[in-house]
Design a protein around this ligand. Structure first.
Ligand SMILES: [Zn+2]
Length: 332
């Protein structure tokens, strides 16, 4: 029987409001909703007194003002911490650093960006009815379209590079965070543990509302699966992702993601074993139940699976050559 992942979509947000989630955790939601960001970017404030901010989000003045406005009179932001360099997570770091003087932290700058080959693109526009196109165009019409996307942020370079297990702490000792290196969604993704509360901030690695997108060349399916397995060895009580609600049964949830990926891989292998075909042939059937706008990143995730199966010889490019997004694949 197919694995059912228990996503949670019941999530009310009050943009700009400060949600007090626990003694050490506050969250402010940025109004950048969209098919990839769900209701928007959740920016976390960690600690009381000396405060760390996790993922300031995009540069949206009203949001970043609300993050500053969350501070009490005796509080200061001393650390700006980034889970990964995507446009809905890291660009606000520069804005916040300028106002606070806080140091920035992350694994490093963005990794490999693919060749922007206009001939190596999938196109699903023929599957969208005119009614759907109109509806999607009208959704959050007032928002800058760039805010609804999740693309690479090539500008962020952390003042301080973090590696797996590195620790950060407030100067006044009120909080400490531990880096958990979790590449896959992208190559520089870090989750942050707050051991005092048994909580893990999972960025886009594990989200409550949807599965994570793994987009080559910077994203890697093998890394993503290894980073999911890494979480199985931890005893976090709760996850707070950057988008959507918390996850309260982390181990069972992560296991369902791993099972889901194993099934997807078998489906993909089965499809190309039947007859040589392209990823664009496969996606509309495999993702029929999803918002069609997600077919584009889904094609990226399928491509990530395909690359790992080309690497181990289970799939091959029909006619030879390098495996591309638009190549025709057959069983190896
Ligand atoms: Zn994101």
């Amino acid at each position: 029987m197919a694995t059912v992942i228990q996503h949670r979509r019941d999530f009310e947000v009050d943009y700009g409001n400060v949600d007090e989630l626990s003694p050490l955790i506050r969250r402010v939601e940025c109004r950048n909703p969209g098919p990839f960001t769900f209701k928007g970017t959740g920016t976390y404030l960690i600690g009381r007194g000396e405060v760390a901010v996790i993922d300031p989000g995009p540069v949206v003045d009203v949001h970043l003002e609300a993050v500053l406005g969350a501070l009490g009179p005796d509080e200061t932001i001393t650390h700006i911490v980034i889970t990964h360099t995507h446009s809905d997570h890291s660009p606000g770091a520069a804005w916040l650093k300028e106002r606070t003087g806080a140091q920035t932290y992350g694994f490093g700058p963005h990794g490999q960006v693919g060749p922007n080959d206009p001939n190596d693109k999938v196109d699903f526009s023929a599957y969208f009815s005119s009614e759907e196109k109109e509806r999607y165009d009208k959704e959050y019409e007032d928002l800058d379209p760039a805010l609804k996307r999740e693309g690479p942020d090539l500008t962020f370079v952390p003042d301080n590079k973090l590696d797996d297990n590195d620790e950060l702490a407030a100067g006044d000792g009120n909080w400490r965070l531990q880096a958990v290196y979790t590449p896959g969604h992208c190559s520089n993704h870090i989750c942050y543990a707050l051991p005092q509360e048994g909580v893990l901030f999972t960025g886009d690695h594990v989200m409550g509302w949807a599965t994570s997108v793994v987009g080559p060349p910077d994203g890697s399916m093998a890394d993503y699966l290894a980073s999911l397995r890494k979480l199985l060895g931890r005893d976090d009580r709760r996850y707070w992702p950057t988008h959507g609600p918390c996850v309260d049964d982390p181990i069972a949830y992560v296991q369902s993601f791993l099972d889901h990926r194993t099934e997807r891989e078998a489906q993909i292998l089965g499809f190309f074993t039947e007859k040589p075909a392209t990823i664009a042939d496969l996606v509309p059937g495999l993702y029929a139940a999803y918002d069609k706008r997600l077919w584009y990143p889904a094609a990226g995730s399928v491509y990530a699976h395909v690359l790992s199966m080309v690497a181990d010889g289970r799939l091959a490019v029909d006619g030879g050559g390098d495996p591309k997004l638009t190549s025709t694949y057959r069983a190896g």
